[in-house]
Design a protein around this ligand. Structure first.
Ligand code: HEM
Length: 521
């Protein structure tokens, strides 16, 4: 009998060679299946071995993604390893206030300073999702030291993205023997980046296990104290609810601890970087568009004035607007939607085609494109890798009009758009400011920022509420101005900002000048 768990198992070499054989077979199979995309235009392969993959997975790759939509339209052919054919669909795409007191021309002094807002936003959003999803405080905001989980979660995506090319082999590597063997393989790998990912994933796994235990103990305590009977005593975080549902579920439907910790990590990941990327971009855009920022602050000023006039217990409300008021502010809504449209936090996603299909295709008749106008559909064989160009789709002129590539929140100010909180699900999904004949199967307002279909973002509503609350809170207390720094937006699956420090140097972060300007009193 073969012992699968033993490191000396004779199965290992056979598994390794079988996996390699499978990899080579798959590569050859795909090379031979190039033919259906013969007539699809696209950029030339940059290199014979890497195709276009280095351009696709490059932190400075946004212009390449943008050029795909501009030059080739809805579908562009890009090359993978060894000239493998892949189809790319339309990319496609603090510090405490460093004190400055200045005269601002009105004779009044002003207090402000330069803050790295991306750092702060990232901490705020992790704290929010930590509490809402896990019932856990990772990183009290007044702490100067990052929790190891916070650092791990921030490092993971950029580190993984830095070897995105090698990760194309993941589907084959995960089939290599049992988990302990794959772990050994990883430990033996002489790559600093692979070791870093291993360390990050160990920290995340250990923390998730620790938090799960805390939630479980809390539930046992509440049950024992009889506090679980009423709504008020019940923990509201997602994991506590999941644990409770798990206990009530039939034995065969229950999630194992590994599945539960997996869910925790997916939720935190899905929620944190995406939201903080969008929030950083919004703050930056408002700092560089003072006229739009003034509109947002004017409606906040008015909302606070109404709150003060209606409330007789200001102390208790502590200058805060309620959720309903925040969600109904039209300029805030327009700014969030327009930023998600123009600058989606996740500009593209990857999918594998599991069943052969044919998709409609209208080539560009533009003279700069080498497209073949007679082609109207393209056959996509099973196994083809597809990149869904979220950003490219969000900027289609057919859907958004001639000014599709401009950031214009005012496009959302018309009556024809439906707020997320209003209207039917169908109205909400398809509501774009333009009466377009092109229907995008999107989960949100005709844009793909939260994707669409069965695997669309499950945190859409959470994200909208969270972002608006954070923005309303911050912009009620201060306004922002740009600094002289050049901000660069990097593609590492999720977009994040950095600052140019000389011709060859960049540093993570997004400095903006914050000026205290309280609207709540
Ligand atoms: C601005 C904020 C957000 C954006 C732009 C965003 C965008 C996306 C996108 C594009 C996907 C599809 C990814 C793929 O399939 O490759 C996704 C999936 C997902 N998102 Fe979000 N997301 C945001 C916030 C959130 C929040 C706050 C949560 C949790 C509370 C969340 C949880 C998830 C989960 C669990 C998935 C996987 C769904 C599945 O595969 O079935 N997201 N999100």
């Amino acid at each position: 009998m073969i012992d699968f768990q033993s490191p000396n198992s004779p199965l290992l070499p056979s598994l390794t060679s079988a996996a390699l054989a499978f990899t080579i077979y798959s590569i050859l199979r795909r090379i031979l299946r190039e033919e259906p995309f013969r007539d699809i235009p696209g950029p030339k392969a940059e290199s014979w071995t890497m195709g276009n993959l280095k351009q696709l997975f490059n932190s400075k790759g946004l212009p390449f993604h943008e050029s795909l939509t501009d030059k080739f339209g809805g579908i562009a052919k890009v090359y993978g390893f060894f000239g493998l054919v892949k189809v790319l669909s339309n990319e496609i795409t603090g510090s405490e206030l460093a004190e400055q007191t200045k005269e601002n021309g009105t004779g009044k002094g002003r207090r402000g300073g330069v803050l790295d807002m991306s750092e702060w936003i990232s901490r705020v959003s992790l704290e929010m999702v930590g509490r809402a999803i896990l019932g856990y405080s990772f990183d009290p905001l007044d702490s100067r030291v990052n929790n190891p989980y916070t650092s791990a979660i921030k490092e993971l995506i950029p580190t993984l993205f830095s070897f995105a090319l090698a990760r194309q082999f993941t589907p084959f590597v995960v089939k290599l023997g049992p988990a302990w063997f794959r772990r050994k393989l990883v430990e033996w790998m002489p790559s600093r980046r692979v070791q870093k990912v291993k360390e990050i994933s160990d920290v995340m796994h250990d923390y998730a296990g620790k938090i799960l235990k805390e939630r479980r103990d809390q539930q046992t305590r509440l049950l024992a104290d009889g506090e679980d009977s009423g709504e008020s005593g019940r923990p509201k975080d997602v994991i506590s609810m999941l644990l409770k549902a798990n206990e009530k579920a039939q034995k065969e439907e229950r999630m194992s601890d590994d599945e539960l910790t997996g869910q925790m990590t997916v939720l935190i990941f899905g929620a944190q970087d995406t939201t903080s990327s969008a929030l950083s971009r919004i703050i930056y855009l408002l700092s560089t568009h003072p006229e739009v920022q003034e509109q947002v602050r004017a409606e906040l000023r008015e909302a606070h004035r109404r709150r003060r006039s209606q409330s007789d217990d200001d102390e208790q409300e502590n200058g805060r607007l309620d959720q309903e008021t925040i969600m109904s502010l039209p300029w805030l809504d327009a700014v969030v939607k327009e930023t998600l449209r123009m600058y989606p936090s996740v500009p593209f996603v990857r999918r594998s085609c599991v069943k052969e299909t044919t998709i409609p295709y209208t080539p560009l008749s533009d003279s700069t494109s080498d497209s073949h106008p007679q082609t109207t559909s393209v056959r996509v064989p099973k196994g083809t890798t597809i990149f869904i160009g979220i950003q490219g789709m969000n900027r289609l002129e057919e859907v958004w009009g001639d000014d599709a590539k401009e950031w214009k929140p005012q496009r959302w100010m018309s009556d024809s758009t439906t707020d997320i909180a209003d209207g039917t699900e169908e109205e909400r999904k398809s509501s774009t400011p333009y009466k377009s004949t092109v229907k995008i199967p999107a989960a949100f307002c005709g844009m793909l920022s939260f994707l669409g279909g069965g695997r669309a973002c499950i945190g859409l509503r959470f994200a909208m509420i969270e972002m608006k609350i954070i923005l309303a809170t911050i912009f009620s207390k201060m306004h922002f101005e740009p600094t002289e720094d050049e901000i660069i937006w990097n593609l590492s699956q999720i977009i994040s900002p950095s600052v140019r420090k000389g011709s060859q140097m960049e540093e993570k972060g997004m400095p903006v000048r914050a000026v205290l300007d309280d609207l709540t009193v």
